[in-house]
Ligand binder design. Structure first.
Ligand code: DPP
Ligand code: ZN
Length: 894
């Protein structure tokens, strides 16, 4: 497969100011009549190259004259014309086959409805076009279809008119006043329920907000519409950005590759991120829906009004928009709380975001697919919708926010819109706007070293040295950064020293009793300072430090780096009990737990090896449990041990089964050691929630989380009566969070008959709701006793299909990615390879995601490494691999 290079970018030689599309829609065969106005820019001789895939050509004409085949070249991917005029109208009539399109890119059928997905390169499956984000056009779209089968015909922008046609058909004409790249085109045809509300935007305009769903799902759309309205208000108040449309639609689709898609005015969503009510959705789902609805809405400005010049710039819109959705969720969680509680609520969100980064992005940055947030090359752009581009990209935006402060960052955003509204631009353009504000704020400083974050892959390490001199009352802090070569860098130039990055490093110092020490250095002073680490090694001297301090490092995770500092266990326990900065406080507890787990994993789960540290951890947790100033949500994060996937990154060589064993053993041990604590927490949380009707707000979600966390520890420790309590909670719950809170420990620990009865009851009750049945599959896929044979049996269940991405993810992905005890064996690896190859025939984007399950194979213990390598080679030998899977597997093998 050819490799596309960022440095090869050239502008498109034509403009296409208007696009006029007419669709005759039918699942079996759809006809598309495209009429483009085309204007040559330069150079004179450049041919007009249009992309097209899986299309059938009916006719091409220029200014009304039909072209005969000798006037164009056509192959499976391109249509090439050699127009003589400088401006002309090009008309292309073609057909495509939505019902046969299992890739879910382009126009496809889901249930009885038709949907499109065009980002990144799906539009070329609808009609021949310049399928690249820097060609922006005004769209007029005419949709024609059978009126009974497809009563709703939707596209971007405003509905111009709607009329009946002969033979039971009808027609809708939509016009989008905003020029857009074709990846933001969308159409939907189907029979839906719709919940709607008219709101008044800040400038006094009326806007219609609508959420469409399958018939019967209407009762589960209230939360989504509420989230959408709050997103509109939040973007006005925090970012000064107003909705620019008369109508904003969200449509839920059962079959969808991604989470959702920000098509202008017509967002199409995976139904998992739209539908929720107390009975069917967990607190986590409510929260995820809020975040994804916010994300797609915020793209309206960061992505749609200003879009990407080319796909290497993907993080321009994704990193920025993830940062914005993270801030939206944090603001929602902190809404109405007094300052200290608001800080704690925001920190819970920060902990979850950092955990997601460490779970998915740190491993990516250490593996064969490592790439900078602005990649330099790709074979298949679909493979670069990654945790690096999204989550690390958001961290890079957050660091700019930290460096400029909220007012400075908002000034930078305003400058970005002033310069580039309506354009397709680059990551450099964004940093230029921020840099212009930064230079004004801090004369002599600039973002030159900071820009390297866009160009370098790998997670930097910052090692910390702290020297204290009681005589002079001075504390000397030295920070040193390094970033080892990763991925392709290792092959190309393993010896190259990467230049240092600009790392905003927030820290504080605590006295032996945990009280904060005022930091004074270089004219700065405060209890938290953000140091500008821009060199390989830098030193700071803090004055008037009257006692040996304990450092609180990388507060609020001020940069996406790994900190190295030799804390004693007692120092970690002190920070976990006393650090006034809640993120570092949580981090210290996690570090202590990590020490216990790694020590135990080294000894096959034997806890004796880490007895002192485990006792200290338990004592610390007991204190935290009783700290009334901490919220239940925060405590739950403290009591959640680091996941296997986070821990794997800290082990060398990696031995996953040993880690899983250690984690189970430590959970059991903490369950036993803190029996009374769990009981108290469980009872307290039940009392807090007693008599309330279910609400997904952050405070009650936090109480449920802590209750279910306590219950899970009790069951893990086989405390007497705990299983029965879990069973009662499962059967009597009035909401899905508590139901899952009861069922999960049952599935993992209960005797076979209890477990089977509960699972059968669950299936019976929820079989009509696909999103709930996804939970049923996922729960079994991740249960510690589940084997490859069990998963194969579940795949034979009538409700299972690989064609629906959510269903494939709920069983196959969950098992391969999250069932460490089940999948790390020869049968597990063979199962994984089989599923990658099977999925590749159906849906290459989804297959390529599964293909990455063992990206870290090269760092595993030798026995596992060899077994996985065999499977990688087997996949590689497959003759008809998609470009998506080929890129992943070939990189894994180099
Ligand atoms: N729909 C995906 C997202 O919003 C890709 N743009 O991130
Ligand atoms: Zn996005």
């Amino acid at each position: 497969a050819p490799t596309i290079l960022r440095q090869d970018y050239t502008p498109y030689p034509f403009r296409i100011p208007t696009v006029d599309l007419t669709f005759d829609l039918a699942p079996g065969l759809t006809q598309v009549h495209s009429r483009l106005s085309v204007e040559r820019i330069h150079p004179e001789a450049a041919p007009l190259v249009l992309n097209g895939e899986a299309l059938n050509l009916i006719s091409i004409s220029i200014d009304g004259h039909v072209l005969s085949p000798e006037h164009y070249q056509l192959d499976d991917h391109q249509l090439i014309l050699h127009p003589e005029k400088a401006a002309f109208t090009l008309e292309i009539i073609s057909t495509c086959r939505p019902a046969e399109n299992t890739s879910l890119m382009g126009l496809y059928q889901s249930g009885h409805s038709l949907f499109t997905q065009c980002e990144a390169e799906g539009f070329r499956r609808i009609t021949w076009f310049a399928d690249r984000p820097d060609v922006m056009s005004r769209y007029t779209v005419t949709l024609q279809a059978d009126k009974t089968q497809f009563p709703h015909l939707l596209s971007n922008g405003n509905l111009l008119h709607h009329q009946a046609l002969p033979d039971g058909r009808h027609q809708a004409v939509w016009e989008d006043p905003h020029p857009k790249p074709c990846y933001l085109f969308a159409l939907v045809a189907g029979d839906f329920d719709c919940r709607e509300k008219t709101i008044t935007t800040r400038s006094g305009r009326q806007a219609l907000l609508q959420v469409y769903c399958d018939k019967g799902d209407y009762p589960r759309t209230a939360w989504a519409l509420d989230c959408l309205e709050r997103s509109v208000l939040w973007d006005e108040s925090r970012f000064n950005l107003e909705l620019d449309l008369d109508r904003f639609m969200i449509v839920a689709a059962r079959d969808f590759n991604m989470g959702a898609m920000e098509n202008k005015g017509l967002n199409i969503f995976n139904s998992a991120y739209v539908l929720a009510d107390a009975q069917t959705a967990t607190d986590a789902s409510f929260e995820a829906i809020e975040s994804v609805i916010g994300h797609e809405y915020f793209h309206n400005w960061t992505g749609n009004r200003i879009t990407c010049r080319d796909w290497f710039q993907l993080s321009l819109k994704e990193g920025l928009t993830v940062f914005r959705d993270q801030e939206f969720s944090a603001d929602m969680m902190a809404r109405g709380l007094p300052d200290s509680a608001a800080l704690s609520a925001r920190t819970v969100k920060r902990i979850d975001d950092v955990t997601a980064l460490r779970t998915a992005q740190f491993p990516e940055d250490a593996g064969p697919m490592a790439h900078p947030i602005r990649p330099d090359s790709y074979q298949e752009i679909g493979n670069f919708y990654t945790a690096t581009v999204y989550e690390k990209g958001a961290e890079v935006i957050r660091m700019q926010h930290t460096l400029l402060g909220e007012p400075g960052f908002q000034a930078g955003m305003a400058e970005y819109f002033r310069r580039h509204d309506g354009q397709a631009v680059t990551c450099d353009d964004f940093v230029n706007a921020m840099d212009s504000v930064y230079r004004q704020q801090a004369p002599g400083k600039d973002l030159a070293a900071f820009r390297r974050w866009y160009a370098q892959a790998g997670t930097p390490r910052v090692s910390v040295d702290l020297q204290y001199d009681p005589q002079t009352a001075q504390c000397v802090l030295t920070l040193s950064q390094r970033c080892d070569p990763v991925g392709v860098e290792k092959l190309q130039n393993p010896a190259v020293a990467k230049p240092p990055l600009h790392i905003p490093f927030a820290l504080g110092l605590l006295g032996a009793d945990g009280s904060p020490i005022l930091l004074e250095t270089d004219g700065l002073s405060g209890e938290t300072l953000v140091l500008d680490l821009t060199q390989t090694t830098q030193t700071w001297v803090f004055k008037n430090v009257t006692q040996r301090p304990v450092p609180s490092l990388l507060r609020n995770f001020s940069a996406p780096v790994i900190v190295e500092y030799n804390y004693t266990d007692e120092e970690l326990a002190l920070l976990a009990r006393k650090d006034p900065e809640p993120f570092s406080r949580w981090e210290a507890g996690q570090s202590l737990a990590t020490r216990c787990l790694l020590a135990m994993a080294g000894k096959q789960g034997q806890s004796g090896t880490a007895k002192a540290a485990i006792d200290l951890l338990a004592a610390t947790w007991a204190d935290i449990a009783g700290d009334a100033s901490l919220s239940p949500a925060y405590k739950t994060r403290v009591f959640t041990l680091p996941s296997e996937r986070v821990l794997l990154e800290k082990m060398s060589p990696i031995n996953p089964p040993a880690l899983a064993l250690a984690r189970r053993a430590l959970r059991r041990q903490l369950g036993q050691a803190l029996q009374d604590t769990w009981q108290t927490l469980y009872d307290d949380m039940c009392a807090t929630l007693d008599g309330q009707t279910y609400s997904p707000d952050a405070a009650s979600a936090g109480a449920r989380a802590l209750k279910n966390c306590a219950l899970a520890y009790q069951v893990a420790a086989t405390v007497s009566g705990a299983l029965e309590r879990a069973e009662r909670q499962y059967y009597n719950a009035d909401n899905m969070t508590d139901r899952m809170g009861g069922l999960t420990p049952l599935v993992n620990h209960a005797p076979e008959d209890v477990k089977t009865r509960a699972l059968a009851h669950f299936y019976d009750q929820w079989q009509a709701n696909p999103l709930v049945i996804d939970r049923w599959f996922a729960l079994q896929a991740t249960a510690s006793s589940t084997t490859v044979a069990d998963v194969q049996a579940l795949m034979a269940h009538p409700a299972f299909t690989l064609r629906n991405p959510n269903r494939a993810r709920s069983l196959v992905f969950q098992f391969c990615l999250n069932n460490i005890q089940g999948v790390y064996c020869e049968a597990g690896y063979a199962f994984w390879a089989e599923q990658v190859m099977a999925l590749d025939q159906i849906n290459p984007e989804i297959a390529a995601r599964l293909a990455r399950a063992f990206d870290h194979w090269g760092r595993l213990v030798p026995k596992e490494r060899q077994a996985i390598k065999l499977q990688l080679e087997k996949i590689m030998q497959r003759p008809s691999l998609s470009r998506n899977v080929y890129e992943i597997i070939s990189k894994a093998l180099t």
